[in-house]
Write a protein that binds this ligand. Structure first.
Ligand SMILES: Cc1cc2nc3c(=O)[nH]c(=O)nc-3n(C[C@H](O)[C@H](O)[C@H](O)COP(=O)(O)OP(=O)(O)OC[C@H]3O[C@@H](n4cnc5c(N)ncnc54)[C@H](O)[C@@H]3O)c2cc1C
Length: 367
């Protein structure tokens, strides 16, 4: 069973069958109060790392987040100057119920006000984004704990205290939550001492990470309707969609998004900006009776493979759930994993799954 099949099963079971309660996977986990009083280091300030820090803060646990780049958010990055609404350069759709916002905030006293609109089969943020949600509700609690430009290169968990080496010095902790993209571990950009268990190393090495690329083109009018999804064969190779990025937004602008992951993304990764414009316009002219070139205004793009601390799109939707489960498992009661790739093997790669995996990681850490 892969991610798509599993989600379908959850959907089927969601039609009021009592059996659903048997599937822990379709439910949320909770963080129980604990007597742990040590220090935690979180590596990476993306959705997983920020959520983990936020939950630790709620529990009054000491922590620091070491982030390699000079900003938080990772693959939730947005552009706020291209249009009159936030342009999501990475995570764009809400791939579950809006009730997940309250679940991530994990505090009944806070009422979340984020508007979304249906965009079958997912939802789109209206005048907002995954990044904006984190910026407003999660980041304020963790901001003082984030150490930017700290590139972690090694984690030594052979002693009682764990030693983490970064480009800005050495840190010591009782527990570490690893929340870097899976590709960073595949590339062995962080070394572990002792080595991670063989099963974990195999899972890291044998997982397919799709390339990731997005672009946004503004046109003087909408000639593309809702857009066009390419049939990728085999479907395990990836996904490529032109879609109406203005959908549901309070805007007069006509912005077409290109979302492409996996093999179909490869062609875009090496194009210069001028070559990208030419390539995309000729693709659109072919799809829409030569209407694109004459209505073009401007564009932006985001190549996730070229980001030094991301290095790819995300783990394939068609990864084997057993392998994914291993990626999420803790090591030696010292190392915990949180993020889009480190889940319980029943759903993965979305922002909400990264946040849920953080809840599981923090829950395990505090046990
Ligand atoms: C093109 C694209 C489209 C997507 N669309 C959606 C969508 O519509 N909906 C959705 O829910 N999800 C979507 N996703 C997936 C979603 O963005 C990710 O799964 C999620 O944001 C991952 O969060 P994370 O915390 O696991 O990792 P990241 O966000 O990648 O954060 C990891 C952090 O670790 C840092 N780091 C890396 N190496 C080091 C190091 N050595 N030391 C210290 N820090 C380090 C990085 O700088 C980064 O900030 C999309 C992703 C892409 C690429």
């Amino acid at each position: 069973m892969n991610r798509t099949e599993f989600l379908k099963l959850c959907g089927i079971l969601g039609v009021g069958l009592p059996m659903q309660s048997a599937l822990a996977s379709c439910q949320q986990s909770t963080v129980a109060p604990s007597s742990f009083t040590g220090k935690v280091l979180i590596i990476g300030a993306g959705a997983g790392g920020l959520s983990a820090g936020y939950l630790l803060k709620q529990q009054g646990i000491a922590f620091e987040i070491l982030e390699a780049s000079s900003r938080f958010g990772g693959r939730m990055r947005i552009n706020t100057t291209f249009a009159d609404f936030p342009i999501p350069l990475g995570a764009e759709w809400l791939e579950t119920s809006p009730s997940v916002f309250q679940e991530i905030v994990n505090d009944a006293k806070v009422s979340v006000n984020i508007k979304t609109v249906a965009d079958d089969p997912d939802r789109k943020f209206v005048g907002s984004s995954w990044y904006s949600f984190f910026e407003e509700y999660i980041v304020p609690a963790v901001l003082p704990h984030i150490r930017y430009d700290h590139v972690v290169s090694s984690i030594d968990y052979s002693n009682l205290k764990i030693q983490v080496n970064s480009s800005k010095g050495t840190f010591v902790a009782d527990k570490v939550i690893v929340s870097v993209p899976l590709k960073i571990l595949q590339d062995k950009a962080i070394s572990f001492s002792p080595s991670l268990p063989a099963e974990k190393l195999n899972a890291i090495a044998n997982t397919n990470i799709w390339e990731g690329f997005k672009a946004f083109f503004e046109f003087s009018e909408n000639f593309y309707g809702e857009g066009h999804e390419y049939a990728i064969s085999p479907k395990t190779d990836g996904q490529k969609i032109y879609y109406d990025a203005s959908l549901g937004q309070n805007t007069q602008k006509h912005i077409l998004g290109l979302f492409v992951v996996g093999k179909p993304a490869q062609v875009y990764l090496s194009l210069s900006d001028a070559a990208l414009k030419k390539y995309v316009l000729s693709e659109l002219d072919a799809l829409y009776a030569n209407k694109a070139s004459s209505k073009y205004l401007k564009h932006i793009s985001q190549n996730w493979n070229a980001e030094p601390y991301i290095r790819g799109g995300y783990m394939s939707d068609y990864a084997d759930w057993r392998t994914v489960k291993i990626l999420g498992e803790p090591v030696a009661d010292k190392l915990y994993f949180a993020g889009g790739a480190y889940t319980d093997g029943e759903d993965w790669v979305s922002v909400h799954t990264a946040a849920r995996s953080a809840k599981v990681a923090v829950g395990n850490l505090l046990k």
